[in-house]
Design a protein around this ligand. Sequence first.
Ligand code: HT7
Ligand code: ZN
Length: 883
Amino acid sequence: SPTIYRHDYVPPAYWVETVEMGFDLDPALTRVATRLTVRRNPEGRTNTLVLCGESVELVQLQINGKRLASGDYQLGNGLLQIPNMPDQASVDIETAIQPEQNTSLMGLYVSNGNFFTQCEAEGFRKITYFPDRPDVMAKYKVMLRADKKKYPVLLSNGNLIEEGDLGDGRHYALWEDPFNKPSYLFALVAGNLVCQEEKFRLEDGRDALLQVWVEEGNLDKTQHAMDSLKNSIRWDEERFGLELDLDRFMIVAVGDFNMGAMENKGLNIFNTKFVLANPRIATDTDYANIEAVVGHEYFHNWTGNRVTCRDWFQLSLKEGLTVFRDQEFSADMIGTASGRACKRIEDVRVLRQAQFPEDAGPMAHPVRPDSYVEINNFYTVTVYEKGSEVVRMYQTLLGREGFRRGMDLYFARHDGQAVTCDDFRAAMADANDRDLTQFERWYSQAGTPRVKAETRYDSEAHTFELTLSQSCPPTPDQERKLPFHIPVAVGLVGPNGHDIPLHLDGAPQENIHGQGTIVLELTQARQTFRFNRVTEKPIPSLLRDFSAPVILEFEYSDDELAFLMAHDSDPFNRWEAGQRLASRHLLALATSSQGSGTSGDTADEAGLGQAFHKTLNDTSLEPAFRELALTLPSESLLADQLEVIDPQAIHRARVSLRKVLAENLREDWLATYHANQTPEPYSPDARSAGRRGLKNTALSYLCELDDAAAHELAQEQYDNAGNMTDRVAALAALVNSSAPGKAAALEHFYTEFEREALVVDKWFMLQGMARATDVAAVRKLMRHPAFTLKNPNRARSLIFSFCNGNPAQFHAPDGSGYAFWAEQVIALNAINPQVAARLARSLERWRKYTPELQAKMRPALEQVARTKKLSKDVLEIVTKALE
Ligand code: HT7
Ligand code: ZN
């Protein structure tokens, strides 16, 4: 498969001005008639019209009403090329497609008897021949025709112009989108669906019609998505002055979907997982995720749709920016400072757990990649989450108002255009009269920078010097890195636990942000900053609020960390100090000579125990924050900090420390458990969710004791739970213990919820991740009648949760996990290459593991690599892993 390079970008030879499409929808064979008006691009280099097509049959082709003979064009390698085109032309294309046969879930496909499309990134070419690239933007008019009984609802982008009967049991709907858009934002939905709808008054006084479409029987699960949509619209008006530009905005839920959701203009299509919720079936996390994803897709309407990407290398232009916007939205919805901090902590946890390893592995790529084989493989945590951190750094450097000025200029300059990450950076720089040239390296250099801090306190001169040095390890294709422009937010914590007023040598005092925090700009390989008038030796609080996506190295003592954990005014760094302390202890335990992980240095444990005890009982801290502070770093996060990964040793260390903390703090956990019950009726608000989170963390620690009292507590919670959060937490606690009632509880759960696909996913996931679940148990679960590889949610719920979320069992020393992995990647490859490629990534960092495990991983990777008919999606992953 060819590699596509960013530097090879050439503008299209022809623009498309209008697209008229007629669909005769039939699951077995759908006919699509497309009329394009095209106009020559004066900056184009040829007079050949290049159209892309994949898995489509070309039935007919006409230029200006004249049918072309097969000699008049070239068809092959996924392209239809028509040479000697006039400067302006009308192009008629008729194609035939088979939606029912389409298991890739890209293009037009059938899910539970209804039609859906997914066109990003290159799915439109599976519907018709088209210049399927994001810089070709056109106006669309779409006629849908289908059987009226089976498909009473016919939806597409924009406004409904006309609808009616066709006789012969069929009907039609005509849709027109008033905005220019790239083909990846095209969508249609046809089927037997129902909707919740509301009229919503926009800030400019217009009324918009909001709809959430679902299958019949799910109307009791749409309110939260609707509320989230209204909150998103309001938030974008208030924070960024961005209005909904359509009279009608639709969300449709579908059970078979490759990703989370899709921002098609005016017709967002969502994985059911990110729409459907009521207290019986959805957890607090589900509620929060729905709010975030509804926000994310809505915010794309401006950052992605109104201003889109010139080419797919610029993907982070819309994704990084939109993730940043959804993160800020969720934080603002919580409202409190502590709530904002919790959101920040959760986002950074994802970054560290998923993006840092990506940046250190064979798939490492810059936020704006330089090349790809399959673009679907580049919808990554680097493009999304690191991309969001890059956008956040603009705000940290320029301030909220400066960032807003940059956004305003970006829209003023580029509304209706397809642009690049450089255009965004230029808007930020120009609106603020700043030179952001060096900042470009965040887009072009892969790898996670290290920032090393050293300090020197002069008790006589009352100066405190902070020396920061930066480096970045080599990544594939990038041996040497140049210094980044890094905002480092710093505070100095005095012996009384309060921030010391900051007097940075040579800086005007107004540069000090908030109380006692300053944003230093590290631009060189090594820089020293001096603070004056520091009368007592402080402890530095560095990289506050995680001001840059870097790894900070500073030699804190255990006592200093405990002090920061108790006193830092920056809640992020309070949490961070506890995590550092716990990681230090856990890593020592995991690499200790016994490797048994059963007992560590008791002095360390005492220090950690004391710090945990303090946090657990500090009721001035919000429960949500305490929950985060009391959760030990995950096994994968710990793994990432080791030179050589031994998953079993890490698992033993973490479980052993959890048991020690459970034992030593038993009474406190119990008291916390009882003190954080939430009243009925259930409410998903952040405060209530925080209380449930802390209570269920207490329950899970107590269940580490694996005694009758803990089993009873979990069983009682399971039996009496009034919401899914408490029910599934109790079930997980039971399943990971030796409680006598665990099999019965698992069975009860399945029977109770077997008609709720999203809850059945939870049932599989919980077992996929359970400590006792080995490969044999997963294979047995795969034989369950409810299991299928064809539905991505179901495949992820069991296979992915086992391969990614159960490291101690997946990495069984006999290599059985790897053989299983290879089998599943190969099976999925034949059904859905995108999902298969995601699973393939579970083994990409195989070189980090012990030599014994590596010896078992390599043959599994090689087996996949030599599979016949391997998709380019999977091939790219395994080739890069083996290189
Ligand atoms: N922009 C959307 C990307 C997406 C996608 C990409 C490839 C294959 C299937 C897909 N479904 C959605 C999602 C988003 O970032 O909002
Ligand atoms: Zn997105």
